[in-house]
Design a protein around this ligand. Structure first.
Ligand code: C2E
Ligand code: CA
Ligand code: CA
Length: 275
């Protein structure tokens, strides 16, 4: 936009109209994605920091649109949350992930990301119970990753829901720790089994600045509460070494493995003979 003035206003107006139309189209299309078979899961390994032993996999949602191609999860998940489409989509993810994990010869854990909107459905614990029964996955192998947005709105109800989920025998992880409002108090008040340090901290940990100290503080605090920690986004050996020295229990990141279709991990899940 070189002419400035009214020309550029018209340009921005057109741009905004286009963004809005694009968002509406995305909203419509993301709603239809499960029925059209456009969704899939990418699996990312989680490992013990000390030994490198794989403990389980994080199931990450992928959407391949026939014309748009791969739409980034950060984009389409927020669109699906705004429209409510995340509820059926999240159900698809839970079911598909549990079904897949139930088929592995090795009893590794499966972590499923659940949106706050999904967890707030009054029958969510009953839905999870049904999926476990139908897929035959042992509850102890399921790890639900929940962000703190769930906890800040209706604390009482959130607590009740989390207790009902725990009663099924599964594990609860507090996701993206450090990016929002959760505090020591949050951790004490809710029945989490694990805490995931957001990758923004891990990324800056090896640089000068406060992140290294913050990660060590989070690890100290979680140790005091006997809560194991998973560090997200571990990309370098230097990061792994620092996390190991600070006694971080588990890690996830490109250093261990990128998210890939489950076939890439046949051997890890114990299916090597099938090939
Ligand atoms: P998240 O739960 O923090 O998941 C980890 C994200 O970090 C993934 O991005 C993963 O690909 C990326 N990642 C993992 N290791 C590394 C690394 O070493 N370096 C870097 N730079 N990135 C790494 P992805 O798959 O794009 O997912 C983005 C977010 O979308 C997830 O963040 C999660 O919040 C959300 N999401 C993904 N699948 C689902 C789902 O099924 N349901 C819901 N509600 N949210 C989901
Ligand atoms: Ca997660
Ligand atoms: Ca994160």
């Amino acid at each position: 936009v070189k002419d400035g003035g009214r020309g550029s206003f018209a340009f921005f107006q057109a741009e905004m109209d286009r963004d809005l139309r694009r968002r509406r189209a995305l909203e419509r299309e993301v709603r239809m994605a499960p029925g059209r078979g456009e969704l899939s899961l990418a699996w990312q390994p989680q490992a013990e920091t000390g030994t490198g032993e794989i403990t389980g996999f994080d199931a990450l949602l992928r959407w391949r649109h026939p014309e748009r191609g791969d739409v980034p999860p950060d984009v389409f998940i927020s669109v699906a949350e705004a429209s409510g489409a995340i509820i059926p989509i999240g159900h698809w993810v839970l079911r598909t992930a549990c079904l897949e994990a139930a088929s592995w010869p090795r009893p590794l854990r499966v972590a499923v990301n659940v949106s706050a909107l999904q967890v707030q459905q009054p029958d969510f614990p009953a839905q999870v119970a049904r999926v476990l029964a139908e897929t035959g996955l042992e509850a102890v192998r399921l790890d639900l990753e929940i962000t703190e947005t769930l906890l800040i709105h209706d604390t009482e109800r959130a607590l009740e829901t989390l207790r009902a989920l725990k009663a099924l025998g599964l594990r609860l992880s507090l996701d993206d720790f450090g990016t929002g409002y959760s505090s020591l108090g949050t951790l004490r008040a809710f029945p989490f089994d694990k805490l995931k340090i957001d990758r923004s901290f891990v990324r800056q940990m090896t640089e000068d600045g406060p992140c290294g100290g913050m990660v060590r503080a989070i690890l100290g605090l979680s140790r005091a509460m006997a809560l194991p920690v998973v560090a997200e986004g571990v990309e370098t050996e230097a990061q792994r070494a620092l996390l190991g020295a600070a006694l971080c229990e588990e890690m996830q990141g490109y250093l261990i493995g990128r998210p890939q279709p489950i076939e890439a991990f046949d051997e890890l899940v114990g299916r090597s003979e099938a090939a």
